[in-house]
Structures are given as C-alpha cells and as structure tokens.
Design a protein around this ligand. Sequence first.
Ligand SMILES: [Zn+2]
Length: 66
Amino acid sequence: MAVQLDPQLLEILACPCDEHAPLLVGAPDDPQADVLTCTSCARRFPVVDGIPVLLLDEALDPNGGG
Ligand SMILES: [Zn+2]
C-alpha cells in the first residue's frame, strides 16, 4: 500500500540534501513503495508508521546499492 500523507504536509517537506528539493510519494520504479523520493538527488527516505524519516543517514541512495 502506498504511503498516505497529507498533501499539505508533503508540500512543506523537503529533502535534507543541498537542493532542499520537493519529495514525491513512492519510488519511480515502485509507486507503491513506502518511501519518499527526492526530485533532485533521487534519494529515497523510508516512511515509518506514516512518519517520513528525512535523514540523510537513513536515506536509500539509488547509486549506493545499499
Ligand atoms: Zn535530495
């Protein structure tokens, strides 16, 4: 099931990367994933119990393989 976030909350959320870019719900290759994807750096942030974890340390780097 896709992440359910208040659109107004999503609007004020931003990636902690240098760009502070907006976030998209889900991942480009998996819109149902429980993650938020940065529109700039493409890092993916897990959503735990409906709470986005916007920490670079917790982010899934698409290039990191990790
Ligand atoms: Zn970012």
